[in-house]
Design a protein around this ligand. Sequence first.
Ligand code: CAA
Length: 379
Amino acid sequence: MNFELSEEQLAVQAAAREFAQIELLPGVIERDNEQKFPAEQVKKLGELGFMGMMVDPKYNGGGMDTLSYVIAIEELSKIDASASVSMSVNNSLVCWGLEKYGTEEQKQKYLTKLAAGEVIGAFCLSEPEAGSDATSQKTTAEDKGDHYILNGTKNWITNGNSASVYLVIAQTDASKGHKGISAFIVEKGWEGFVIGKKEDKMGIRGSDTHSLMFTDVKVPKENRIGAEGFGFTFAMETLNGGRIGIAAQALGIAAGALEASIKYAKERKAFGVEIAKHQAIQFKLADMATEIEAARLLVYKSAALKDAGQDYAHASAMAKLYASEVAMKVTTEAVQVHGGYGYVKEYHVERMMRDAKITQIYEGTSEIQKIVISRGLLR
Ligand code: CAA
């Protein structure tokens, strides 16, 4: 077992850390307050190759491994989890599935632009009445010969307004249950496709989360991904990888909160000494660091399994489950370490605590991860 990062991985880590400090940190509080999508910053991430890190260079990707991707998300999430989720969705939920299951034509037309960061992608599975119960899709795609007619509503879509390319999961044959679900590529601007309301969220407020409405949207047949009926498996496989990205985001939020807490503990004085000299604070920092390290091992292991071509569904669910719980716990402790200053925006940790919560919800709640893990155990 090798715990050393390669030179390339260390270079990715340094580049992401620098980007986070220089490009994301100034303005992160303002974007959170104003619910402002970090458009310029995400564009720069694209120019630096972060939006399609694992995609083959022949489709404009970075050709990197999953571990490099995880390390980059971790560094960006220490500072701005709204920017990192945009990047994670584009890499894991959009580029990955298109590269693995798209036709050569789809890759040339869409993947090349998504991987280069010229356009942003969104993944559209959740519906008003189909969140955890993803098989209950109400959005329909009716076969009309050379095209499908898409009708329905999607909810809580990350990159909902900033995206140009949407992977939409819809039912093509209700009688077949999950085997009657298919996946499609839909472009922004197509007639009948309306971007709905922006959600006013507790955390990741810089990320633009929208509902989407499709009314008689004409989708060419060549925009279906894989065979008809493959959409549910497509979504599940995509989410297996997506969960590694969200686990890395949770890890980064927690690590960012620890870094902020250590800095604060060395500066703030109480009872005549820096609070870092009090054992009450030292014990908190030690627990936070230990749990973060355990989460990191799970997250890196799931990435390493994916890179080794092994089954990673179980490992990615474990990584997301644990890292998101650590993120919630560590950020709550970080607020406690900061005392009154932790409860105000200037010190960042209150935002981190709000941001951490979503990692226990999206790309499958903690309860869904437990279902995936226990099914693997009992199979
Ligand atoms: N990997 C691969 N295949 C899987 C799978 C997985 N993790 N989970 C299920 N499947 C397959 C099963 O093998 C089965 O296939 P076959 O019929 O060919 O054998 C098929 O899918 C149906 O499986 P189940 O009978 O287990 O289906 P189910 O209805 O009982 O539920 C579930 C499965 C795990 C609960 C699933 O519905 C699920 O993961 N739900 C959560 C959905 C989710 O994560 N949503 C997040 C939205 S995306 C998002 O948040 C993105 C964002 O914007 C940030």
